[in-house]
Ligand binder design. Structure first.
Ligand SMILES: [Zn+2]
Length: 292
């Protein structure tokens, strides 16, 4: 196992990077867990708030702040809300892959996972006219075979692993396979942990104050900036698209933009830069644990 590489080199004039990412799960993440949730009108409405109300509000905020972002869209969301996806594209943001129906990937064999990936690609390509370059596994759950499936399909980056503070080149465990860039995430930088609650479905019952989330994420951004790192925030429009949470998010964007030399960019731009500076690949191996 190699130790951390030397300091990551950001583009000239920048010392760190930040990316605001939005996972437009909508109904898919509930339906994939339990198809019977389709019978729950209020729960389905709570989820559809994301594409119908949250995304338009978030797009207004991003436009006001002059920020381009990355939206991870499950294929089912794209098929259900094509105009919403077009509105994201029209604003110049990136659309990336997030499963078809937000399937839990852990334990799936490679062939099954590949068919889900292909179905999601088809939905996004049909709508945007281009292949997605980025992938984020639903629930950030990668299998050991996933990087190779992504590289085979021409994905240029993944953003699902939690093993670094800066991007790196992920080399699938196969001789001659293509590599891709990994842009790591962090559960502390996910609004799900702060805000997700629906009775009988998810959450602890605590919906945190947006001021607490703002304080926490602001400190994360400041610390990552000081360390020449990469701040990747994950928001869900059915959560952070709601008024006070969106208000706090806009204040956060303002604070992050004030950090000297902070490059705010969609993940595809960060990946394109990382491709130029991450020359050696990193291969992960499943721990060879023997149970007795
Ligand atoms: Zn998701």
């Amino acid at each position: 196992m190699s130790l951390q590489d030397a300091e990551f080199q950001w583009p000239s004039g920048y010392r760190a990077a930040a990316s605001f990412t939005f996972d437009v799960d909508a109904e898919s993440c509930a339906l994939a867990e339990d198809p019977a949730t389709a019978d729950r009108m209020s729960l389905m409405g709570h989820q559809s708030y994301g594409p119908r109300v949250g995304v338009p509000r978030l797009l207004r905020i991003l436009r006001r702040q002059g920020v381009r972002a990355t939206f991870f869209v499950p294929g089912m969301t794209a098929d259900t809300y094509p105009d919403m996806v077009r509105s994201i594209v029209d604003e110049g943001h990136e659309i990336a892959h997030h499963g078809y129906m937000h399937e839990r990937m852990q334990g799936l064999d490679a062939a099954t996972e590949a068919s889900i990936l292909d179905r999601g690609i088809e939905s996004l390509q049909r709508l945007t006219g281009r292949l997605p370059t980025g992938y984020r596994a639903p629930w950030w759950e990668m299998n050991w075979h996933t990087p190779e499936l992504l590289a085979e399909r021409g994905f240029r980056y993944d953003s699902s692993l939690l093993d670094d503070d800066v991007p790196y080149r992920l080399q699938p465990d196969a001789v001659g396979a293509r590599s891709l860039i990994e842009i790591p995430v962090d559960w502390a930088l996910d609004d799900w942990e702060q805000y997700a609650f629906f009775p009988g479905w998810t959450g602890s019952g605590v919906i945190e104050s947006p001021m607490k989330a703002l304080e926490m994420w602001s400190l994360e951004a400041t610390a990552r900036h000081a360390e020449n790192g990469c701040f990747v925030l994950t928001n869900h429009p059915f959560l952070s698209g709601r008024p006070a949470k969106a208000y706090a998010l806009e204040r956060l964007i303002e604070q992050v933009a004030q950090l000297d030399g902070m490059w705010i960019a969609p993940l595809e731009d960060i990946a394109a830069h990382a491709e130029t500076v991450c020359t050696t690949g990193r291969t992960h191996r499943r721990p060879g644990v023997q149970f007795v």
